[in-house]
Design a protein around this ligand. Structure first.
Ligand SMILES: *Cc1c(COP(=O)(O)O)cnc(C)c1O
Length: 563
């Protein structure tokens, strides 16, 4: 058995440089520039329809495109945690906020449906090329398309994009969903009138069933995520537009300063199409790097073994189980694998826990929510740095592939997963330079009971605490936080000790105080919704592990007398 497979079996994050990577002039071309241009023009023709059908695209005049944004706070945090990159040029391609379906599938999925609709309309004499495509929003077209059915197998996001565009045009839509698919995605699809068929097995099985059923019905069209050139071309259109955006930002990659593009990979169509399109335009100055979950590295496995779709992750003992539902694919597309095996620069795997931590870092540093799958690319530059020597300077483009449609309750749940990682360690320190203190924590009592407060934006309780502001001494910060968060008027406060919390990224220091409050005003500042008094630590605190450790330590040191 080959060495790469041996390593993949360990289910640990792994960086793989593709030995089949080839100078672009020697790459055998499977999809031609003209085909990508044809796809680009098709999407242009459909803009007048899209603008009418989806209000959110009025401002972009029917163009479905995302922004490239700087993420300097995220970058700086990652530099501090993983070691500094040579380059400060780190950008995010924000496909999580693509209009219509909030993921990269708004490229391929929507394109594939529009292409099928256009063919039907042509073949049945509904349009000629001179006609304004806003007609596709008419009742006449809707009634015509309702004779036809779209069938698709999906882990979620592809189904969502096909369902939304398909239903809008009038098609009946049937989505075969793998066991990973999230409940809210199924609900959303049912809401818009799509039929959802659920499987207990993974994505490959859902696709297979969908494909079989479609064959039996001449009015049905199967969108084949494993083999569709249309999907691939739809994704590749991203390249032309990305080039325009990069040009306008003054980003012109060269051989000495290439552009690394980090793409989360499931079956391969999305990242493959984008990477292929970029290569066609830019050639050797683009270095595509794919990211997959440790339990679902189907593309890495397919390309490194040369077996493509003749091997799946289960064959080497992996489960294909991951919270990154968009990437939960056990068998890669053979067509994509063969098309990109010489243009893929490198590939790596990432574990779920890291995805959730990245989700938190991205959210708290940039206020950008991404779904777990979409974070896979975001560790790329720092992971690669440890295994490969970058040029003195380079551009890094992290492709964020989804999350814009995830409902709020699901987002909160994801953020919690990131915070409650088991790797957190708390330690107590007797003396420390106050300059290192970032946070002050005021364990407070009122009439012999512990005081906890609840922030308006959170569902959980906390010890009164906060960040030390610039120029403040810890005791000053502690008094300020105590008054702001509990409305204390009369109190006695004193220091207990220092503490630190270490996670995978850094050790952060704080100082603990105790305060015995004798009088409160009850006028809480706006951010605090409620304070409670309790003999014990409530079950639902924001950081249960840390809070319990701290209260125990304060007791142990003889500072607490709770009734
Ligand atoms: C589908 C998807 C991908 C990967 O695309 P594939 O075509 O399956 O390789 C990445 N991220 C998200 C959020 C997705 O939904």
């Amino acid at each position: 058995m080959n060495k790469t497979i041996e390593i993949l079996k360990r289910k640990e994050p792994f960086f793989w440089l593709n030995p089949y990577y080839t100078p672009f002039k020697d790459v055998i071309i499977n999809a031609h520039k003209e085909q990508i241009e044809d796809a680009t023009e098709r999407l242009e023709r459909f803009r007048s329809f899209i603008k009418i059908a989806f209000e959110e695209t009025v401002s972009s005049d029917g163009l479905i495109e995302s922004e490239i944004i700087t993420i300097n706070s995220f970058r700086d945090f990652m530099n501090d945690s993983y070691g500094r990159l040579n380059s400060s040029n780190v950008f995010l391609k924000d496909d999580a906020h693509l209009p219509i379906s909030g993921s990269i599938k708004a490229r391929g999925g929507i394109y594939a449906v529009l292409k099928f609709a256009e063919e039907l309309a042509f073949d049945n004499g509904l349009i000629d090329s001179s006609l304004d495509y806003s007609q596709f929003a008419s009742k006449r077209f809707f009634d015509f398309f309702s004779k036809y059915k779209l069938i698709v197998g999906s882990t979620g996001n592809l189904g969502l994009s096909i369902g939304i565009i398909g239903r809008k045009l009038g098609f009946r839509v049937e989505v075969h969903m793998s066991s990973d698919a999230k409940m809210w995605k199924k609900e959303k699809l049912r809401d818009i009138g799509a039929k959802v068929i659920e499987y207990n097995s993974d994505y490959s099985e859902a696709i297979k069933r969908g494909r079989e059923l479609s064959k039996k019905d001449k009015y049905s069209h199967f969108i084949d995520d494993e083999n569709s050139l249309d999907l691939f071309l739809g994704y590749s259109v991203a390249a032309t537009r990305t080039k325009k955006q990069l040009d306008s930002m003054g980003i012109i990659p060269t051989i000495d300063k290439p552009l690394y593009v980090y793409l989360p990979c499931g079956v391969g169509g999305g990242p493959g199409g984008v990477a292929y399109g970029l290569k066609m335009i830019y050639g050797d100055v683009i270095k595509p790097i794919f990211a997959e979950p440790v339990n679902s590295p189907c593309m890495l496995l397919g390309i490194s073994s040369g077996l493509h779709d003749k091997i799946c992750v289960q064959d080497i003992g992996l489960t294909n189980r991951t919270q990154a539902d968009g990437l939960a694919v056990g068998r890669a597309s053979g067509f994509v694998g063969k098309t990109i095996e010489n243009i893929l620069f490198a590939s790596y795997t990432v574990d779920d826990k890291t995805l959730f931590r990245l989700l938190n870092i991205m959210f708290f540093k940039e206020n950008i929510y991404l779904e777990p799958s979409a974070l896979a690319g975001s560790i790329g530059p720092w992971f690669a740095k440890n295994h490969y020597k970058f040029e003195d300077d380079a551009y890094h483009l992290i492709w964020a592939t989804g999350g814009g449609m995830v409902p709020n309750h699901e987002r909160e749940h994801h953020k919690d997963e990131g915070i409650t990682g088991e790797k957190i360690r708390v330690r107590f320190i007797d003396s420390l330079n106050d300059k290192l203190v970032k946070i002050v924590m005021v364990v407070s009592t009122y009439k012999g009971k512990l005081v906890f407060c609840k922030h308006r934006v959170r569902k959980t309780y906390e010890i009164p605490a906060g960040h030390k502001e610039l120029g403040e001494k810890p005791i000053e910060a502690a008094r300020r936080e105590l008054v702001e968060e509990t409305s204390a008027i009369d109190y006695h406060i004193e220091p207990v000790c220092y503490y630190s919390v270490t996670d995978e990224y850094a050790e952060n220091f704080g100082k603990i105080f105790v305060a015995d409050i004798t009088k409160i005003s009850g006028n809480l500042e706006y951010e605090i919704e409620e304070i409670i008094f309790s003999n014990t630590v409530p079950d639902n605190t924001t950081y249960p592990y840390v809070v319990n450790k701290i209260i125990d330590e304060v007791k142990k040191r003889g500072f607490l007398n709770i009734k």
